[in-house]
Write a protein that binds this ligand. Sequence first.
Ligand SMILES: Nc1ncnc2c1ncn2[C@@H]1O[C@H](COP(=O)(O)OP(=O)(O)OP(=O)(O)O)[C@@H](O)[C@H]1O
Ligand SMILES: [Mg+2]
Length: 512
Amino acid sequence: MATPILEMQSITKTFPGVKALQDVSISVERGEIHAICGENGAGKSTLMKVLSGVYGHGTYEGKIIFDGEEMEFGSINDSEARGIVIIHQELALVPYLSVAENIFLGNERVRRGLIDWNLTNQDAAALLARVGLDELPVTPVGQLGVGKQQLVEIAKALSKEVKLLILDEPTAALNDNDSEHLLELLRQLKGHGITSIMISHKLNEIAEIADSTTIIRDGKTVETLNMVADEVTQERIIRGMVGRDLGHRFPPHDSVVGEEVLRIENWTVNHPTQAERVVVDNASLSVRAGEIVGIAGLMGAGRTELAMSVFGRSYGRDISGKVFLHGNEIQTRTVDEAIEHGIAYATEDRKKFGLNLIEDIRTNISSANLDQISRGGFVNSNEEIKVAEEYRQSMNIKAPSVMAVTGKLSGGNQQKVVLSKWLFTDPQVLILDEPTRGIDVGAKYEIYTLINRLAEAGRAVILISSELPELIGMCDRIYTLSAGRITGEVGKEHATQEHLMELMTMERGPVR
Ligand SMILES: Nc1ncnc2c1ncn2[C@@H]1O[C@H](COP(=O)(O)OP(=O)(O)OP(=O)(O)O)[C@@H](O)[C@H]1O
Ligand SMILES: [Mg+2]
């Protein structure tokens, strides 16, 4: 057997109070696609940061052998010089710079001391063609969707003559089409001899694309599976990750549906900067006590825009339509007003709206409901800690204590903090926008159980999700949204992926 391109031997990495990696070893064959999976906080991103020099030599124990030589990277530049390129969980492109500028940022095409723009754009165009993008090199990156930004990141990696490409949850924010495209690209790169390591929670993708899979649990290597020879199934991966079989993906739930809680009528929202563009078009929907109502739609259908515009007009302009709570019209002109009426919106974009990453877990959880723990205008910090501690335990948030800085938690654990924060407002209506994005299978189950419990306590839940099985497994009723219009309303008993997909791709909504 050929020597592996990479061996990481007995890697141990500690942060204050946390042993993130303990004696982890991994061996990657030349030219393969090697997947890494494991629960949130297992140490996957940390392992890849050790490999790429983000955490430099001397800050961890163990050995890295790449291309037959022991490496002691002091920084990410050192690893890049050897052809190891990492694309992080949170994309790092500069939105207002052009595609070409982003690709060559820090690696500028220079002639006689000046940036050669012709060469920059010409080389960028060639790289874009390699990743299958037909955007112009001068397009600002901020104008591209996440799927395309991800491809720009790969183009950037290719500009550095990459030998080993590391992708940390590359498809977490992508829709099925974009994901498929990206996986296809990885296969093509493999055809050109480029080795990839891919971290993912999407087990179907791993089963489809990986040659081998290493499973990490609690900072330790559990096993490496040979995907091809052993015909590894998703269930098999789950067993490695969680240490047991997971019978159902969705916890059972008896719905007892009561009176209508929230109703939205003829809701119309225009784009914030392109005033004539209608993003939500005359949408009407309702949700009752104890009910879990789904909203299905493709990327750009207006799901998040609908939710955010209702939640304190945090999106859009020229908003018209009515909101009713228990049959009475209410105003939700500001986020505070929405919260006062018992509406909560837990967002998919945790960086932008959900969390204050430099604050600790405690402060984040209490932030939307300080009244509850204040007396005479002062926050009772014992009470605050107690509350946060309860959520840390019930949500199984992996952190040394509630005083830990949120930005240092793993991606999935940050998501659990967002959910805790909104649960603590004890909302009558909870709008969950992609609540399980980037969350491991075990924790997903915990979150589903929690959603069920809320519904059973008589709360109204609106669930926005790109994963149709999740909507079908969880919801009593599902609305479909296409190009800003509600194109259908499907009861649990009729909800199939095919049926929903048909409604989600309908060109025009039903006649009004
Ligand atoms: N900079 C840091 N400071 C302190 N602790 C950290 C830091 N980075 C990570 N950790 C901790 O190390 C552990 C492993 O985190 P890591 O981000 O590697 O997990 P992960 O497997 O990538 O999880 P996810 O699937 O949620 O992204 C977690 O307990 C996390 O809180
Ligand atoms: Mg991670």
